[in-house]
Design a protein around this ligand. Structure first.
Ligand SMILES: [Zn+2]
Length: 152
């Protein structure tokens, strides 16, 4: 869980400090809860400072955490995709395309999909329902790795 925390830019010291604070507050500090608090703090900070790329990455890592815990990850993964779209919008990108390379047959069956960015933000077609991709041999399926890219 410390590794997950480091992937969102926290240090081991950050992790231990939050762990201590949770111990004081609740008499218990589960590693997953420590990660989640660190991630939420960093997501808020990134949102406040308009660092959309960082925010999208943190949300992505939070979605992966939920997926690995066997909990519903689709809302968080959708948020990560939405933040990515907002980032492109700020950069002046007009059209975006869904890249399905390496995802599952289901997602590949949609073919080339180009959207005006405002329609992508309204319709939010990814992560795809019915995706069968699994990131690991042992893990569950439905971790949709389709992603947006600027279409130029
Ligand atoms: Zn898929």
């Amino acid at each position: 869980m410390i590794r997950a925390a480091m992937e969102i830019g926290a240090t081991q010291a950050d992790f231990e400090q939050t762990e201590e604070e949770q111990m004081t507050r609740w008499d218990v500090a589960l590693p997953g809860d420590v990660f989640w608090e660190l991630a939420n703090d960093r997501a808020l900070e990134a949102a406040r400072e308009g660092r959309l790329q960082d925010l999208s990455m943190i949300q992505f890592r939070q979605a992966l955490f939920l997926f690995e815990e066997g909990r519903d990850h689709t809302t968080m993964l959708a948020e990560s995709n939405r933040t990515r779209l907002r980032e492109y919008e700020v950069e002046g990108v007009v059209r975006v395309a869904i890249l399905s390379n390496g995802c599952c047959e289901h997602c590949g069956s949609f073919g080339e999909t180009v959207y005006p960015i405002h329609r992508a933000l309204t319709e939010m077609p990814i992560p795809r329902q019915g995706c069968t991709y699994s990131p690991s041999r042992s893990g569950g399926t439905g971790w949709c790795i389709c992603m947006w890219a600027p279409n130029v």
